[in-house]
Design a binder for this molecule. Structure first.
Ligand code: SF4
Ligand code: SF4
Length: 430
């Protein structure tokens, strides 16, 4: 049964926020989905027109409304260029929560979000088992990128070239840590995020190496949970609330100066979305959320802005790398110069800019699952810009973008490594 009171509250909040849209249509020019489909229903203005009559539309065709709302990458390109400052991401997330609250979760989403994601130890154990057997169904296709494909699973995953689960996830390779500040006098809580933990543990190892080098104490608690974005994007308010509370409890146990993550999406979720979706929480929980979000930083920004890592440009660089600005990192958090500085702090690397470096790569989390053909069209444009830059590798500060770019490069037969800036910087350290 839908919680009618909660739905009514969210509908009223939504009405107030949408009133600021003046229907100028400037969001069309920047929307990567609209650029592919040219359909007004796929861009913000069209979605707001639909939401203005949401209660009526839901009664008429709730599944149709859900489908239209989900055809969005939540990339924030429209919000970043809206002249009226419409809080588009808040509107889209609340609208998804309303429609999902009305319709209920599909059995598949219920199994993933409520059965696994909100139970971190079970989630880790199940993915550990999946890693053991993944070799039976998959075949490596690109050694440089590390991608695989699977004919057997193609009814579910299509022709994707995906990155397999790591043999040893970060949480198994590194024991929980709680070390005192070193030479820097600082201590951070380290939130690797699910993708770094399970697919890119090498990025997590690089973060720990860099933090140790700069004398930063680390709090790395056991059994960390997802930041909550898959639940928020699916409109599953219950799972989202559970994940936020779990993480807030875990990170309230210890004192630290900053919470750092190498995942642009996790950073944006904790820093931006946690406060935005906390209206109905009790004051005590809101205060604890604020205390964490105010201290949350992207790892690139922490190393450059707080620790003071600087570029070394001595003209002796032997490697070229082009940098993709993740939407969450640049458009939500304004972090763009710092990852480039971090790459250039390794004197062996030179940054070669690609065209449209801050154009979305097309991943969009569940968007990639449900609208893969559009996701691929957007991703191919990113791949073409990477290749046209002439750089020998590509770097980006979000593991979700790393997965999408790896897929696009691998499908095109390009042998270009995809790396996180912190990996490149860590390479230069003893
Ligand atoms: S750019 Fe902003 S104000 Fe203009 S139509 Fe889009 S959401 Fe509305
Ligand atoms: S969030 Fe991105 S994909 Fe969604 S409407 Fe805005 S620009 Fe388009």
């Amino acid at each position: 049964m839908p919680d009618v009171k909660q739905l009514a509250r969210l509908l009223m909040e939504l009405d107030d926020q949408m009133a600021t849209c003046m229907k100028c249509g400037m969001c069309q020019a920047v929307c990567p989905v609209f650029a592919e489909t040219m359909r007004e229903a796929d861009v913000t203005r069209g979605k707001i027109a639909l939401l203005e009559n949401l209660a009526h539309e839901m009664i008429k065709d709730a599944a149709g409304v859900q489908d239209k709302l989900n055809k969005c990458l939540l990339c924030g390109s429209c919000a970043a260029s809206c002249p009226s400052g419409v809080k588009i991401m808040d509107i889209f997330l609340k609208a998804r929560a309303i429609v999902n609250g009305y319709m209920g979760l599909s059995p598949a989403k219920r199994a993933v979000l409520r059965g696994m994601l909100t139970r971190p130890r079970l989630f880790n154990a199940l993915l550990g088992m999946a890693e053991t057997f993944q070799g039976l169904f998959t075949k490596p296709v690109n050694d440089v990128i590390g991608s695989s494909c699977s004919k057997m699973l193609s009814p579910v995953i299509g022709d994707r070239h995906f990155l397999p689960l790591a043999k040893t996830p970060l949480h198994n390779a590194v024991k929980p840590m709680n070390t005192a500040p070193g030479a820097s006098g600082l201590k951070v809580a380290f939130f690797p995020g699910c993708l770094v933990d399970k697919i890119f543990p090498r990025v997590g190892h690089a973060v720990l190496k860099v933090l140790a080098h700069h004398g930063v104490g680390v709090y790395l608690p056991d059994a960390q949970a997802c930041c909550g974005i898959p639940a928020a994007a699916s409109g599953d308010q219950d799972s989202y609330d559970k994940l936020v509370r779990y993480n807030v409890d875990l990170f309230s146990k210890e004192n630290f100066d900053y919470l750092v993550t190498p995942c642009g999406t996790c950073t944006a979720t904790i820093k931006d979305i946690w406060p935005k979706l906390s209206d109905a929480y009790p004051a005590e929980l809101k205060a604890r959320i604020s205390s964490i979000t105010e201290r949350t930083m992207d790892i690139n920004a922490f190393l450059v802005d707080v620790i003071g890592v600087q570029a070394v440009e001595n003209g002796k660089a032997t490697h070229t790398v082009t940098f993709h600005d993740s939407c969450h990192l640049k458009k939500s958090l304004g972090v763009s110069a710092q990852p480039r500085t971090l790459i250039k702090a390794n004197p062996d690397y030179q940054v070669v800019e690609m065209k449209e470096a801050d154009r979305c790569c097309g991943n969009g989390g569940s968007f990639n699952l449900y609208h893969y053909e559009i996701s691929k069209q957007i991703g191919r444009r990113k791949r073409d810009n990477i290749v046209a830059s002439g750089a020998e590798m590509v770097s980006t500060g979000c593991p979700a973008c790393m997965m999408q770019i790896s897929d696009m490069l691998s499908q095109a037969g390009d042998n270009k490594p995809v790396r996180h800036p912190v990996e490149i910087y860590a390479e230069t350290l003893p």
